[in-house]
Design a protein around this ligand. Structure first.
Ligand code: CS2
Ligand code: MG
Length: 402
């Protein structure tokens, strides 16, 4: 089965998504998510200029060889743009392989290791009481796990707090919005949020929190200690992880589980964290970490060190990634949890899918491939709309980690 054509489809049903569609001489096609929030056109150009030309004529079944060709052959290896492009090709080829075999991708990987994929939703509020109510709303929807993010008194535009009634969408301006960050106010406030959450919702609901790279290692250690009475499922992105060693300091001071990795794009970004058991969950995701082929390698390494998967699943990852991720999650033996930020109805219309949510668990469905499609006619009705992610500054103007 030869690859005859490949096209990049950019659509914006509420936010931008980039999809790669690979077509073959046997009439089968596959799709892959190539969305990199705020850098969508960069990945589209990489695919169109440097990937699609070398795909045409290749054997679609040779997923591994094509992955190695695009990774080792790139010379300028790694990075979010390159690895998102490779991920889109990889996902589309697994989609094709599943369709050719008449099986969902999770069957090709080794079959289901569980009956359903536990997911967590995003609850956020302007203040503690609002956030507590929102967590309750997610519990009523059946979620067994909920991420809680709360406005910080005196801090305008706190990360993770939606500006309207819709879900939190960070890329919302043509140029980066300048937000303010105040670590002291944050460290004083977050423990109060989780104290109230446990007091109102009890000990069983799994509670997660995303620090979003904002703390130094010792500050993260302090936060982890202060949250121990409230037993979080995880504290995410506690500190920027380029220096993987910095997690050792956090680990020495707290038993709050640590999750990191949504911004990672290869196994090399997380090998030390995993091998030294400095984290408990690895957040790498199919669309940004080289696709199913590479994420499987990361998960297998993690399994040797008691690290479980906890893949990123924000709204800026398209339903195409979600479908592939749920196939992966159903199979992967050391599964931890899957993030699930729902998409807008318009997005769900552009990307019809087989996956379902019920009582806190999801399932990819049993359609051959990844179980997601793209309605190109509908996609064309939503033209690209350039948006950037914000930046953050401290009160004195120092550029900080958004
Ligand atoms: C966040 C993301 O979902 C998360 O854990 O870290 O929403 C992140 O802010 C966005 O994906 C950035 O585009
Ligand atoms: Mg995050």
């Amino acid at each position: 089965m030869k690859i005859t054509n490949a096209r990049v489809i950019i659509t914006c049903p509420g936010r931008n998504f980039v999809t790669l569609k690979i077509e073959t001489d046997e009439g089968l096609y596959g799709i892959g998510d190539a969305t990199l929030n705020g850098r969508e056109k960069s990945v589209a150009a990489y695919l169109e200029d440097h990937v699609i030309p070398v795909l045409i004529g290749r054997e679609a079944s040779r997923i591994e060889d094509i992955w190695q060709y695009l990774y080792r052959g790139a010379y300028w290896r790694r990075g979010p743009v390159t690895m998102s492009a490779i991920a889109a090709v990889d996902t589309a080829l697994w989609d094709i392989k599943g369709k050719a075999a008449g099986m969902p991708v999770y069957q090709l990987l080794g079959g289901a290791s569980r009956d359903g994929v536990m997911v967590y939703g995003h609850a956020n509020g302007n203040d503690i009481d609002h956030t507590v109510d929102e967590v309750g709303r997610y519990m009523e929807m059946g979620y067994k796990a909920v991420r809680a993010q709360c406005g910080i008194p005196g801090v305008k535009g706190t990360y993770g707090v939606a500006k309207g009634t819709m879900y939190y969408e960070p890329a919302d301006s043509a140029l980066p919005e300048e937000t303010v960050w105040n670590t002291t106010a944050y460290l004083n406030h977050v423990p109060k949020l989780f104290e109230k959450l446990r007091g109102v919702h009890g000990p069983d609901i799994e509670l997660l929190h995303d620090v979003h790279h904002r703390l130094t290692p010792i500050e993260a250690a302090r936060l982890g200690q202060s949250l121990e009475p409230y037993r979080l499922f995880w504290m995410e992105d506690a500190t920027p992880a380029e220096n993987q060693e910095s997690f050792r300091l956090i680990r020495q001071h707290t038993v709050t589980p640590l999750a990191v990795g949504e911004v990672f794009n290869t196994i090399h970004d997380c090998r030390e964290l995993i091998q030294n058991q400095l984290i408990d969950y690895i957040r790498t995701t199919i669309v940004h970490a080289g696709g199913i082929t590479h994420l499987r390698r990361i998960a297998d390494l993690a399994a040797l060190y008691h690290v479980r998967t906890g893949s990123h699943g924000a709204t800026d990852l398209s339903p195409v990634c979600m479908g592939a991720a749920l196939n992966f999650d159903l199979w992967v033996p050391n599964f931890g949890i899957q993030e699930y930020m729902r998409h807008t109805p318009e997005t769900d219309d552009v990307f019809p899918h087989a996956y379902t949510f019920e009582n806190g668990y999801m399932h990819p469905g049993n359609r051959p491939g990844i179980g997601v499609d793209i309605d190109e006619g509908l996609a064309a009705k939503y033209p690209y709309n350039s948006k950037q992610l914000p930046v953050a500054r401290l009160n004195d103007g120092t550029l900080w980690n958004w």
